[in-house]
Design a protein around this ligand. Structure first.
Ligand SMILES: [Zn+2]
Length: 259
């Protein structure tokens, strides 16, 4: 590959607690493993939040802080290889807004991926969440969201036009087509191709033809998912041009993140 590849959606980890791979015994999975695997696939940068399954500390905010601190530690270890994403939580409005200020002051403007079901909350169309996002919008941050109800995410993108809202996981046909509708409606609504990916033949080409190639980014959801699958879906699909491959694999992420 003659161009850089950026994985927009990962969950890097420091310890087995935050390694959300379903098959961790398969490899010697440590911080070096992540960088070696990604480089072997031509990926030179990864983005995203630290996540883990289960509870931590005395309240959900303890877990949010733990994950955010671990992201900062990983950033120290990885340097430019890793663009950290941080968590906020609608039950903790003041704390979340302080976290936005703290992260922005460090040059970190990526929120998420947020995975509400892991952290004890639900809907994205939540008054508290909207209040938090009003500050994120002032800084024109990027918001990476786990797939939920597509209309909720589209409504959110519409309500905050200066936020860049990147939905994860295209899903099955009907979900994907709803993503397409909302991307046609909101210029600040994007889709990363992680999860089941663009596994239906012609899916990615259809999305590009209907919304424009600028709206799709490569994300893998590593270590839950296998990054090779999504790189192959872009590089080996004969209906996708080289220029489109470069946009999906790196240029769109760079533009969205302002890097
Ligand atoms: Zn994820």
């Amino acid at each position: 590959m003659e161009f850089e590849i950026i994985d927009f959606h990962t969950h890097p980890f420091l310890s087995p607690l935050t390694n959300i791979c379903n098959h961790p015994e398969t490899f010697k999975m440590d911080t070096d493993y992540t960088i070696e695997l990604m480089r072997s696939l031509g990926v030179s940068r990864i983005c995203g939040s630290v996540a883990f399954v289960g509870e931590y500390g005395n309240c959900w905010w303890d877990k949010i802080k733990h994950n955010n601190e671990e992201a900062l530690k990983l950033h120290e270890i990885y340097g430019d290889f890793y663009i950290p994403g941080f968590h906020v939580h609608p039950d903790y409005v003041r704390e979340s807004m302080e976290e936005i200020e703290r992260m922005h002051a460090m040059g970190i403007d990526l929120i998420g991926e947020l995975v509400p079901y892991l952290d004890g909350w639900g809907s994205f169309t939540n008054k508290n969440f909207y209040e938090i996002l009003s500050l994120a919008e002032e800084y024109e941050m990027t918001l990476s969201l786990h797939s939920g109800e597509v209309p909720e995410q589209g409504m959110l993108a519409e309500a905050f036009p200066r936020l860049k809202v990147v939905s994860a996981h295209p899903g099955e046909y009907h979900d994907f087509m709803r993503h397409v509708e909302w991307m046609q409606r909101c210029e600040n609504f994007y889709l990363d191709i992680s999860g089941y990916g663009v596994f239906r033949h012609g899916m990615l080409r259809t999305g590009i033809d209907k919304c424009g190639v600028e709206r799709f980014v490569f994300g893998s959801d590593y270590p839950t998912c296998n990054p090779a699958m999504y790189i192959g879906a872009v590089t080996l699909d004969p209906s996708i041009t080289d220029a489109e491959r470069e946009l999906i694999l790196s240029e769109n992420a760079k533009r969205i993140l302002g890097i």
